[in-house]
Design a protein around this ligand. Structure first.
Ligand SMILES: N[C@@H](CCC(=O)N[C@@H](CS)C(=O)NCC(=O)O)C(=O)O
Length: 172
């Protein structure tokens, strides 16, 4: 399978990290987005939206990072993508939230204004965009923190069950 990506992009990292974790071999090609490499006729035939990452598996072309991850995770049985409708829906819920809200509204405005603009000499940050990004970041990080705390409690319970035969949160 061939993966076209933009190496510094989190949307490319997450696909490559999953493939490495699962042991799915990818023939990887970096496209230099700063030079317009994702808008050539050859690449637009792979992904008409002109974005990376994009996967080609024989005559099957797939774009959108989360769809690519789900496709890669379906290549072999594994614990990350179990054959269970509710678990998969839960994963899709977080992946949808990540793309639509955490990434788009919270992280991207901050990364663009505070990092990319500086690196690419694009002038000062747009402070209104930074303020909105921080508002969204604080809102969304609270959701993530609460979910992480719930998962940690669950993992602590699993560890306690393994070690002592009784879950901490179920002891009283
Ligand atoms: N929702 C898409 C976002 C893809 C995306 O925005 N890719 C950026 C790099 S992070 C890109 O290729 N931009 C090139 C362009 O818009 O011309 C996904 O998850 O794959």
């Amino acid at each position: 399978m061939k993966l076209y990506g933009f190496t510094p992009s989190p949307n490319t990292w997450k696909v490559r990290a999953l493939a490495a974790h699962l042991g799915v071999a990818l023939d990887y090609e970096h496209l230099d987005l700063l030079k317009g490499a994702s808008h050539t006729p050859a690449f637009l035939a792979v992904n008409p939206t002109g974005r990376t990452p994009a996967l080609v598996d024989g005559d099957f072309k797939l774009w959108e990072s989360n769809a690519i991850m789900q496709y890669l995770a379906s290549q072999k049985p594994n614990t990350l993508w179990p054959d269970n409708a509710r678990t998969r829906a839960d994963i899709m819920r977080w992946q949808s939230w990540q793309l639509a809200h955490w990434g788009k509204e919270s992280c991207e405005p901050l990364i663009f204004n505070r990092l990319v603009k500086k690196l690419a000499n694009m002038g000062p940050p747009n402070e209104a965009e930074v303020a909105k990004g921080l508002e969204c970041f604080n809102r969304d990080a609270a959701v993530l923190d609460a979910a992480e705390a719930a998962v940690r409690t669950m993992l602590d319970d699993v560890t306690a069950l393994k070690n002592t035969g009784s879950a901490k949160s179920g002891q009283d």
